[in-house]
Design a protein around this ligand. Sequence first.
Ligand SMILES: Cc1cc2nc3c(=O)[nH]c(=O)nc-3n(C[C@H](O)[C@H](O)[C@H](O)COP(=O)(O)O)c2cc1C
Length: 408
Amino acid sequence: MRPSRRNLFQAVGAGAALLAAGTPDVNAADAPATPPAAAPATPPALPPDFGKASSANNPVNIVSPEHLEATARKTISPGRFAITGWSGEGLTYRANRASLDATPILTRRLQRIDEKAIDLRTSILGHELPFPMITCPMGGHGSFHVDAEVATAGGTGAAGTLYVSSGASTRPMEDIAKATPGPKWFQIYMNRDMELNRWLVQRAKGAGFTAIVLTADALGPGQSDEYIALGRPRDPTLTVGNHDPRYGGRGNFGDLKRDLSFSDISFLHEASGLPVVVKGVVEPEDIREALASGAAAIWVSNHGGRQMDGGPGSFTLLRPAVDAVQGRVPIVFDSGVRRGVDVFKAVSMGATVCAVGRPVLWSLMCGGAPGVKSVYDWMAGELHSTMLLSGVSRAKDLTPRNIAATKI
Ligand SMILES: Cc1cc2nc3c(=O)[nH]c(=O)nc-3n(C[C@H](O)[C@H](O)[C@H](O)COP(=O)(O)O)c2cc1C
């Protein structure tokens, strides 16, 4: 998904009839429309060419991330697809890929590697995973697939790995939890109403989520030029499942707490009794303070370039983060992870797991739950062959010596 003038003009042409929908608080998919007090008898009409969400339900033959994205783009309208974009002109979005691409893998030879013994397994916060990949929290899957997060969580669980449920999910957290047999964490966008936050994280614990992810970096509009040019399309019938009164929810999702501080980490831990993972802290000083405030894991991310534009590629932030953490807690890495080779590089640099974002959404559009499983099978397969070809048996044995880390 490379921002280009051509894409922009194509999208504007296709979406000329879309209605302007006002400025949402954070990115459109991260924060769907605030639910009404009661469900309207007749849902408001969709903009004329907003089209339908995908209903595909099949395994996907993955050739490359670019091919997957191009195929996904054809499954839904430009207005829906633009919700998956970046902020501004996509400088940070492109930097994410550039920072990973700039780091070559180094190879060992004559290492007696038995292909059948290659071991991708890892563990994080007490969960054994078949490979070092988990699903990013992403909001509003109902814009992309009729089964929304139930399909994404189901596909992630079928692949055997951990699902992180967005606080801005279309479906309520209980439905999402039931959809996956695998481990799951709940991501919260903190509300100004602290009792609502307490209620949400306690509810998450009751639903079977085993950690709370505090997203620290989503504070602003974060919209792409393309999305704005389309008139900021959003499906007015979609609500935030956890707050929707039809599903027993309450509170105003849009009343976000902007003045987040380190004390919110201890609040969430005390309120839930669960470990708190802090997502989007990247400066070593912030990471040290987050750890001092009780963070159980650090998640290095720039939100996939969907918040501040003009920042560094996420991979360049990983090494300083690893140095700041000094092995005290696990590290999750995301933003730009597209292939098994990217996972190899990030784990070599010191990440415990990579979180997969847009490729999961693209595979959701192309194939629903079986499609999501396909993307993990494909990425794990590439990680496996990269280990074989670079002379490493176990993912747990990867170190910075396996990459030319000094080059970034
Ligand atoms: C459509 C979309 C919605 C997202 N919603 C959320 C969200 O609700 N909460 C959150 O913490 N991050 C959200 N993110 C950010 C992802 O968790 C992750 O940081 C990002 O997708 C990684 O970048 P990548 O997809 O380019 O690899 C969202 C990302 C996308 C693409």
